[in-house]
Design a protein. Structure first.
Length: 185
């Protein structure tokens, strides 16, 4: 990842309470290392509660942009971190659905890890793509028209997906490469 550079590129990280901390922190760190600008977008107005797994509270993170006022045109790409509570909440949030769908409609790079791809079943973005996820989403993604595979990181038509926090290095590398390629860098 050291040779990937995306200076000045703003990337939205759509998340809410219950996000898996590593799946938020490590993409933020990778984006910053590549000179990108990560922006936490959330239906929460001020802070979100991260988790380690589904039960253990971790750190709080400040929200940069409140979802109802977020403009997808301001961002070059989107990261959907996992965490069961986070992903389950976002997939039924109509503002989150509109926000996510707009990235696919405009052909911007999207990355979703662990339970993060869940919302893609709601917005029609799984159909026709090869994807991976946390294993419990396999049937949902297949039912939504995806081809599901058990791999560390899968790139399919502008979308990067990964299974869990152990895949974060591959996930970050593939997403940064996709971002750089989409900007001709």
């Amino acid at each position: 990842m050291a040779d990937v550079s995306i200076p000045g590129t703003k990337i939205a990280l759509l998340t809410t309470n219950g996000v898996e901390q590593a799946e938020l922190e490590q993409p933020i760190a990778a984006l910053r290392k590549a000179s990108g600008t990560p922006v936490i977008v959330s239906p929460q107005e001020s802070q979100i509660q991260a988790m380690q797994g589904d039960w253990e509270h971790a750190d709080h993170f400040d929200v940069d942009v409140h979802l109802p006022s977020a403009n997808p045109e301001d961002y070059a790409g989107l990261v959907l971190p996992g965490g069961t509570l986070n992903a389950d909440t976002l997939r039924t949030d109509e503002d989150a659905q509109r926000f996510v769908k707009s990235f696919f409609d405009s052909g911007k790079p999207v990355a979703a890890i662990c339970h993060g791809p869940w919302i893609l079943t709601e917005v029609g973005a799984a159909s026709g793509r090869t994807m991976t996820s946390y294993p419990s989403l396999k049937t949902d993604l297949i039912n939504a028209g995806a081809t599901w595979v058990d791999e560390a990181a899968v790139v399919s038509d502008g979308l990067v997906t990964s299974r869990n926090p152990k895949d974060l290095d591959d996930f970050n590398r593939e997403f940064l490469t996709l971002l750089a390629d989409s900007h001709g860098r």
